[in-house]
Write a protein that binds this ligand. Structure first.
Ligand code: ATR
Length: 282
């Protein structure tokens, strides 16, 4: 008897432009798996019904994107420790009928970063921003044993709050942007998690790089454009740069691994994302 095709997907609103279906369906056919990944447009008022429907059809797993990453938590049976501390879930696995939530965004970022950094644990990190994306990255870096992680954010209180809610030990200060700019030479890794520099405001930059060390890695989670003004200036200063494609690819790879047990070929995934975005990777 032929096995039923496994169903996977992503829920969000909007969702039409998601690159995830193409990325995961390519992997399912590459690994010859009888499975299919769909994009589902789910509005906030329909989230609970959608999850009920997923339970009824026995969905194998799904990704969760904006605006559902926080609200989904109350609708799941279990949430892993890191996702609970972040307060957001982007990957759900159906584990024998139980829907279990994980967060592969932060770990996707860190896994991608490790390709460019040798001793991440001992690196001094500066995060720009204290919103949802920063939460995932800050808490995962702390959980991975990175000792020194400072945050600079327009709204100082949000950075303070993020530092105080983290359950993993890290030494952290909340700095004004001016202070962070003055102290920039102290950091090995600088991460922009804000939308400053994203299309169409491509001439905006979140921090002045005058004192950037050429040994630093500058990472921007934005991938539209592929090279933000922050990355362009960092490159001119001979620093190593990293854009948001890696984080996107690795969050998908880690989700795929949770669903199938296979850590997939990220080169294939990257090629699909780059084809969709157009341009060359940095
Ligand atoms: P996301 O989930 O993408 O992180 P978010 O939760 O809305 O989005 O957070 C956006 C982050 O970018 C915040 O840190 C925000 O600063 P505030 O906390 O002060 O709002 C920051 N940000 C966005 N636009 C900004 C701007 N023009 N100048 C400075 N910071 C900005």
């Amino acid at each position: 008897m032929r096995m039923m095709e496994k169903v996977y997907g992503v829920i969000g609103s909007p969702i039409a432009h998601s690159m995830s279906p193409e990325m995961h369906n390519d992997l399912f056919s590459f690994y010859q798996m009888n499975a299919r990944y769909h994009a589902f447009h789910v509005k906030p008022e329909n989230l609970a019904d959608a999850i009920k429907g997923f339970r009824a059809i026995g969905i194998s797993g799904f990704n969760v994107t904006i605006p559902h990453k926080i609200e989904i938590i109350d609708l799941l049976d279990e949430v892993c420790e890191i996702a609970a501390n972040i307060g957001a879930v982007n990957t759900v696995v159906n584990e024998d009928g139980k829907l279990v939530g994980y967060n592969t965004d932060g770990l996707g970022f860190v896994t991608s970063l490790r390709k460019k950094v040798d001793h991440l644990e001992n690196s001094r990190v500066l995060i720009i921003g204290a919103g949802g994306a920063a939460r995932g990255i800050y808490i995962t870096l702390a959980a991975e044993g990175v000792k020194n992680i400072d945050i600079t954010n327009r709204t100082h209180e949000k950075a303070e709050e993020l530092i105080s809610t983290c359950k993993f030990s890290a030494v952290s200060n909340s700095l004004s942007i001016e202070q962070a700019e003055k102290d920039l030479a102290n950091y090995d890794i600088i991460v922009n998690t804000t939308s400053i520099g994203m299309h169409p405001e491509i001439d905006a930059i979140p921090i002045n790089l005058t004192y950037l060390s050429p040994n630093a890695v500058v990472s921007d989670i934005i991938y539209n454009p592929l090279k933000t003004k922050l990355l362009r200036e960092a490159e001119q200063k001979r620093a190593t740069i990293d854009n948001g494609v890696g984080m996107f690819v690795y969050q998908g790879a880690l989700a795929f691994e949770k669903w199938t047990g296979i850590f997939p070929d990220t080169t294939r995934m990257e090629a699909i994302v780059m084809k969709k975005l157009g341009g060359t990777i940095c």
